[in-house]
Design a protein around this ligand. Structure first.
Ligand SMILES: O=C(O)CCC(=O)C(=O)O
Ligand SMILES: [Fe+2]
Length: 371
């Protein structure tokens, strides 16, 4: 039986794999003063995610399994991936020399990346990987002072390295070429996809991971495109549909120098993860057991902090899609503070009117020109 627990921006299903993740508490987020000795428990994320046995033994949970578990479907061929998922896999996407030099500089950079922290049931948990956030040099300066990530204002944002800019241009042109044969929804970006930021992750060994989640829409807007570049050792990228009883998990190995394009509505209707493994299957000649992931994303002009409502906690809200019921296809804003405010959040709720947002932006600024 799957046990679903709300985890701020990540909706986590506690499955067998997740019980292996180790969570460390190594720093308190700025602005929060808590006595670590007395108030914060050092927790394993998976202990934090377990339901109390009094609940799991109750007949209520036994009677209504949420999901029919089926064996994992492993996909290797790009054609199978395109048929079974809203993704496209492009092996050997960058020239070999560029992929290797990008991997080398990102391995060096990753020594300074950090572990995200968030509040879960009044306990502080730490991500089992290191991450960072980069802005392209070709972007308007508003993003410098206006970026909130995981509910906190991003300080000292990093700029793309030359190798990242080169990769960005290649990936951008491949995605836009492929996009020409796709039907474009009215809520998607109009014109070319122009990735202006990147979230980076380093998985140091087989135990490092990212749990089930969809990528946050707050600055990307509805129906985003995400270009996910893998470098270093191969790891399994897993996907499953949200809200389907027979949601079979699909597993895709992502080798060095491969691009996985997540097309809309991947973030609205699917969740993804990189789960921990017992061992690494192949040590990469440059990276050994390490995997670097760079997700190229486009922050949209009309979804910056200026346009994001603030709740009574004073923090820009998080934008969420409705995933079930009669309002499916709509988007709403809710309080994000639980991620940063010792697990406390307010009741703020506001529908997003996508068309009105576009009209309002054009009225104020004339056109879209984030890059
Ligand atoms: O490492 C990956 O392939 C996925 C990373 C991811 O899902 C994310 O950064 O949101
Ligand atoms: Fe993601």
């Amino acid at each position: 039986m799957s046990k679903k627990i709300k985890l701020n921006d990540y909706d986590v299903h506690s499955t067998g794999e997740e019980t292996k993740k180790i969570v460390q508490i190594d720093k308190i987020p700025t602005g929060i003063t808590v006595n670590q000795q007395t108030s914060i428990k050092k927790v394993n994320l998976n202990d934090a995610l377990k339901w109390p046995s009094s609940l799991t033994n109750s007949s209520k949970f036994k009677k209504s399994p949420r999901r029919i578990i089926q064996p994992v479907l492993k996909l290797f061929r790009p054609q199978d991936i395109s048929e079974q998922t809203p993704c496209t896999l492009i092996p050997d996407v960058l020239p070999k020399e560029l992929a290797n030099s990008l991997l080398k500089v990102m391995l060096k950079e990753s020594e300074t990346w950090h572990r995200n922290q968030w509040w879960l049931f009044e306990r502080l948990v730490t991500s089992p990987r290191t991450s960072s956030f980069y802005i392209s040099n070709e972007v308007k300066n508003i993003y410098e002072s206006d970026v909130y990530y995981n509910g906190e204002k991003t300080v000292n944002t990093r700029r793309f390295l030359p190798e990242m800019e080169e990769a960005r241009k290649i990936i951008m042109s491949i995605v836009n070429e492929k996009r020409k044969s796709r039907v474009i929804h009215e809520f998607e970006i109009h014109g070319e996809w122009n990735p202006n930021v990147a979230v980076t992750n380093c998985y140091a060994n087989s135990k490092e991971s990212v749990g089930w989640h969809s990528d946050q829409l707050t600055n990307l807007g509805p129906r985003p495109i995400i270009g996910s570049l893998s470098l270093g050792t191969t790891r399994q990228f897993r996907l499953r549909r949200i809200n389907e009883k027979s949601s079979r998990i699909i597993s895709i190995p992502l080798p060095h120098n491969s691009l996985l394009i997540m097309w809309p509505p991947c973030q609205e209707l699917w969740k993804h993860e990189v789960c921990s493994q017992n061992v690494i299957d192949n040590l990469h000649p440059i990276a050994g057991s390490k995997r670097i992931n760079i997700t190229f994303r486009q922050f949209r002009d009309e979804y910056t902090a200026e346009w994001t409502p603030k709740c009574s906690c004073g923090i820009p809200c998080v934008l969420k899609p409705v995933m079930r019921g009669s309002n499916i296809g709509r988007y709403f804003y809710m309080c994000y503070a639980a991620g940063v405010n010792e697990g406390q959040k307010c009741e703020f709720f506001e529908w997003l009117d996508v068309s009105k947002r576009q009209i309002d932006y054009k009225k104020k600024y004339g056109s879209f020109e984030s890059i």
